[in-house]
Design a protein around this ligand. Sequence first.
Ligand code: KG4
Ligand code: ZN
Length: 353
Amino acid sequence: MSVVILALETSCDETAAAVVVDGSEILSNIISSQVDVHRKFGGVVPEVASRKHLELLNQVVEDALLVAGVGFGDLDAIAVTYGPGLVGALLVGVSAAKAFAYGLDIPLVGVNHLEGHIYANFLTEQDLEFPLLCLVVSGGHTDLTLVEKHGLYRVVGRTRDDAAGEAFDKVARTMGLGYPGGPLIDRLACGGDPGAVSLPRAFLEKDSLDFSFSGLKTAVINYLHRSGQRGEVVNNADLAASFQKAVTDVLVDKTLDAARETGVSTILLAGGVAANTGLRASMKEQAGRESIRVVIPPLILCTDNAAMIACTAYYKYLRGAFAPLTLNAVPDLKLGEERYEGNFKGVLISPGA
Ligand code: KG4
Ligand code: ZN
């Protein structure tokens, strides 16, 4: 018998709902982006995001059901992102999901947003064999994570300052390109010379699998400043290509180091920055030389969406890892952690069980 899950995702600035069967058949994947609303502020304004989610969510859910051709009565479970993310934004999705689950009397599955990004890979590839090494690169995170089995994670490296996506966004803002910066730099970089501007790569201590991007960001700011003082015209395409190469060189290098160290033969990419053309190409090329398989979700499943939340929820559903109706938003939820509040009387299934 198949499992039909409706998932909601409202952790940041995308209001999303999806219907997915058995964790792989995407019947609908509706994403209503608020990017135009936040662009004039140069970044996401949490209060505005929450209000927009409230306005948009019912319509997005209706569209998801309509496109999927299913009714509420066909659903086996409701899934929702309950962290990490903006607390007000998360609360909109969590409240709606609890109401649906209660009204329909079906299980509620709480999903970690980062786990969702990792599971975007299982939407298209079900033959993945553990252990897997996943580079999670988004606006808020840069983590090298060992996925030992379903729901069981070990972070082997992480950023000590800015996340990769954050560095893209900040550099783009400094260059006057707009928001969000990642896709804009990616597009510009296609026409630039990655060797034109010499920029630092932070490899940190020998054997460290951690990242640091704040020095690179400062180097770009200094370069722009110096060029301005000298009255030189900056070639934005060259600067974008050089910056992108500096980020991807470190990401690829450290990921391959981690794969060698852990003996893992499959690398997954996840999160918004996994949409980056340079990163996708370089990771595939360099891992290919060592016969390491690289799996990357299609572009639409790299950035925030609810299909990845439904997919994660499917595997949790199979092991009975349901959430209580007292589920709350947990803005600082860690990967592999469950944080349920209140008077939950059910059985808590430990991750990976
Ligand atoms: O995963 P995501 O959609 O949201 C978070 O959970 O943070 O990631 C958003 C981040 C932003 O920083 C955005 O600039 C970056 O992903 N991003 C990219 C690209 N597309 C999105 N960065 C580099 N190249 C891209 N093509
Ligand atoms: Zn995300």
